[in-house]
Design a protein around this ligand. Structure first.
Ligand code: C2E
Ligand code: MG
Ligand code: MG
Ligand code: MG
Length: 288
């Protein structure tokens, strides 16, 4: 059931598809080994560029976790994030992801504006999440904290036992920015906007894909763009695959996009190549 996409060896599961019990147990064992034995290369980060609709250039990147299997396959998060959440290993995994993302960001200073990382509800609810984040920033005094963005989904707000808005406010006081991930797919997106001090709205790809041919999607996007702007937030459209959708988003005034249209997530070496080559959406792509 795993389909191949985004390169040669990546195994991708569509959302909602099930990982077999066997696979899950194997993933859990590999996670345990990787996190205990400190084998960071078995849990690499891949990077997907975020592109400005104004300049066509890369303004930031989302760090997305992968798992390398002993036989050389690369697994997408659908294979192991669920197991990590249930076992609590998401906490050390998340710390690994944050540290690694910051290392890459510093390495690419002068070329890349920011890196965003996904933070799970369980990780955010840890009592020492904020102190550890502060320690990480303190260990890298040259890093402007605003160049680090934490992506939070609405489930964090719904499921959490801690006061998430309060915790996010503390994080913001460190200077780190907050993005609302998969915006629009939850049950209380407006509550989210009201109560959470976020900087960026990431419009879920279910509203984005095919918007050029769907007036309802286009209307929703215009309204969200307007709302986000009124609240002083920026918007990133996720999952832009078609030139027509890029055009429509640009025309609607969406400041930035992310999607296969420009690039899938890539291993650090390939992402760096793209970054340093000055890759951008060319006028050809912009105006056809
Ligand atoms: P997400 O944060 O919403 O990340 C976007 C996902 O959409 C990525 O899948 C990306 O590869 C995919 N995507 C990007 N552009 C397109 C497009 O144009 N079309 C389509 N069809 N898909 C696109 P990926 O890398 O498989 O990650 C899946 C999810 O796993 C992420 O969704 C995020 O929720 C979670 N995840 C990934 N890395 C981490 C991590 O380090 N920590 C935690 N807690 N969760 C993570
Ligand atoms: Mg995300
Ligand atoms: Mg997302
Ligand atoms: Mg999404």
């Amino acid at each position: 059931a795993a389909k191949r996409a985004g390169g040669n060896r990546l195994e991708v599961f569509a959302e909602g598809m099930r990982v077999s019990v066997h696979e899950r147990i194997a993933a859990e064992a590999r996670l345990r080994q990787a996190l205990a034995g400190n084998l960071p290369w078995t849990l690499p980060l891949w990077f997907q560029p975020v592109v400005s609709t104004v300049t066509g250039q890369i303004v930031g990147a989302e760090a997305l976790c992968r798992m390398r299997t002993p036989d050389g396959r690369i697994l997408s998060p659908y294979h192991f994030i669920g197991a990590a959440e249930e076992t609590g290993m998401i906490v050390p995994l998340g710390e690994h992801v944050l540290r690694s993302a910051v290392d890459h960001l510093l390495y690419w200073s002068g070329h890349l504006g920011y890196v965003s990382v996904n933070v799970s509800p369980r990780q955010l609810a840890e009592p020492d999440f904020v102190p550890k984040l502060a320690d990480l920033l303190a260990a890298h005094p040259g890093l402007d904290p605003a160049r680090l963005v934490l992506e939070i989904t609405e489930t964090a707000l719904l499921a959490s036992t801690v006061d998430v808005s309060e915790r996010l406010a503390t994080i913001k006081r460190l200077g780190v920015r907050i993005a609302l991930d998969d915006f629009g797919t939850g049950y209380s997106s407006l509550t989210w906007l009201k109560s959470v001090p976020a900087d960026i709205v990431k419009l879920d790809r279910s509203f984005v894909a095919g918007l050029a041919e769907d007036q309802r999607k286009a209307s929703i996007i215009s309204a969200v763009l307007w709302l986000a702007r009124s609240l002083g937030m920026s918007t990133i459209a996720e999952g832009v695959e078609e030139t027509a959708d890029w055009e429509a988003l640009k025309a609607a005034g969406c400041p930035a996009v992310q999607g296969f249209f420009f690039s899938p997530p890539k291993p650090p070496e390939e992402f760096q190549e793209m970054l340093l080559s000055g890759a951008c959406v060319t006028p050809m792509e912009q105006f056809t």
